[in-house]
Design a protein around this ligand. Structure first.
Ligand code: NAD
Ligand code: DAU
Length: 360
């Protein structure tokens, strides 16, 4: 029975990954989820699996080496899937420090503890162990509007404190692979969307604001391009890299689905109109007048686009969920989980939101 240590499993992608893995492998695997439960971590995301005897949760900060060491000491961990991070670009612009602590130092703590637990006396590593570092396409910087893609060989050129901290964490993982032959992979993925995404990110923010008749803030001219991938396709890619990826390799993961932000907002508004039943009071206030152009994000990357050629040719992974279908699944999930949204948009989030948008 393989034991997975998932960091940041109470967040958006981590919780979807845990669902994906427990659905696919059932009792064949064991998952230990370690999460600090910051504003972005929510155990509601895992209510349906919390009683399974092959799933357990440990509340800990990945920067706390003693806590992480204890998890490795008590369990024979086979695979680390490292999601835990501060993940929101706008927050990183306002408060970079916590991004460096969690994303850089936290990754170092994870690497050191996995290395100490897996290393043999001759400096090689126990058979079958693997560290999967989940990273982002933002480390590659920004592309021109009219061409080019991010390949695994594209030089790193991060612009925001968030992407600089992720780039630093990737470099640490690379250095452990190069120096110690530490058994790891890095995946660099494009923008994810789907259930359980915190409504500070574009898609859930727009769905939530539109349903509540609130303004829909568009940064700058709304023509920045992102390459959107349904979160379960990302979960599948990670599982496939763990099982079929060559050790020490990096794999780019992307949706072949480039869209301008303003297109995304229009698609969401049209889909909401189509999906809400006639007579639903929310239908009346969902209209394009809510779209509000606001001050641009500082250092706003213009375009991201992943070339997922390597993961396709070496591993056989391809995006499966068309955006038209994925956005409907996502909106349906938010319709059915109004309480989840109410819960996460109270307290800390409300204060952040008021502060963040006060001049916009
Ligand atoms: P998220 O913000 O939704 O979740 C992050 C999780 O990490 C939360 O559960 C949080 O509580 C936990 N966490 C934060 N700091 C921690 C700490 N110090 N110790 C332990 N746990 C801590 O993020 P997400 O969108 O699910 O992203 C997960 C990972 O995937 C990140 O590494 C991110 O860089 C990467 N990524 C995200 C996207 C995307 O579109 N969201 C795309 C590519 C890569
Ligand atoms: O590319 C992968 C990255 O995607 C991940 O590494 C990050 O963790 C994840 O947050 C995401 O970063 P982005 O900055 O691209 O995502 P965000 O949802 O914050 O913004 C998407 C685009 O929408 C971006 O161009 C900014 C714009 N935007 C965002 C918000 C929140 C708006 O126009 N209005 C908004 O209110």
């Amino acid at each position: 029975m393989r034991t997975y240590l998932v960091t940041g499993g109470a967040g958006f992608i981590g919780s979807n990954f845990i669902h994906y893995m427990l659905n696919k492998y059932g009792k064949e695997i064991r998952i230990i989820n370690v999460d600090k439960l910051t504003y972005a971590g929510n155990l509601e995301n895992l209510r349906d699996v919390e009683d399974l005897d092959n799933y357990s949760f440990v509340r800990a900060d990945i920067c706390d080496s003693a806590a992480i060491e204890e998890i490795f000491r008590k369990n024979d961990i086979d695979v680390v899937v490292h999601f835990a991070a501060e993940s929101h670009v706008d927050r990183s612009i306002r408060n970079p420090e916590v991004f460096v602590k969690t994303n850089v130092l936290g990754t170092l703590v994870m690497l050191n503890n996995a290395k100490a637990s897996w290393e043999l006396s001759d400096g090689t590593f126990k058979e079958g162990k693997r560290f999967l570092h989940v990273s982002t396409d933002e480390v590659y910087g920004s592309l021109e509007e009219d061409g080019g893609y991010f390949y695994e060989t594209t030089p790193y050129a991060p612009h925001s404190p968030y992407s600089a901290s992720k780039a630093s964490s990737d470099m640490l993982v690379k250095s452990y692979m190069d120096t110690y032959k530490f058994p790891a992979n890095i995946t660099n993925c494009s923008n994810n969307y789907g259930p359980y995404q915190f409504p500070e990110k574009l898609i859930p923010l727009i769905i939530n604001n539109a349903l509540n008749g609130k303004k829909l803030p568009v940064y700058g001219d709304g023509k920045n391009v992102r390459d959107w991938l349904y979160v379960m396709d990302h979960a599948k890619a990670i599982d496939m890299v763990i099982n079929k990826g060559r050790l020490f390799e990096t794999y780019n993961v992307g949706g072949h689905n480039e869209k301008q932000n303003i297109e995304i907002i229009n698609i969401i508004l049209d889909t909401l109109q189509e999906m809400l039943p006639d007579g639903d009071p929310r239908k009346a206030h969902i209209n394009k007048d809510l779209i509000t152009y606001v001050e641009d994000r500082k250092g706003h990357d213009r375009r991201y686009a992943i070339a997922p050629d390597k993961i396709k040719s070496e591993i056989g992974w391809e995006p499966e969920t068309m955006f038209k279908e994925g956005i409907k699944l996502t909106i349906k999930w938010y319709f059915e989980h109004e309480d989840w949204m109410k819960n996460v948009t109270s307290g800390d989030y409300v204060n952040y939101y008021a502060e963040m948008y006060k001049n916009k």
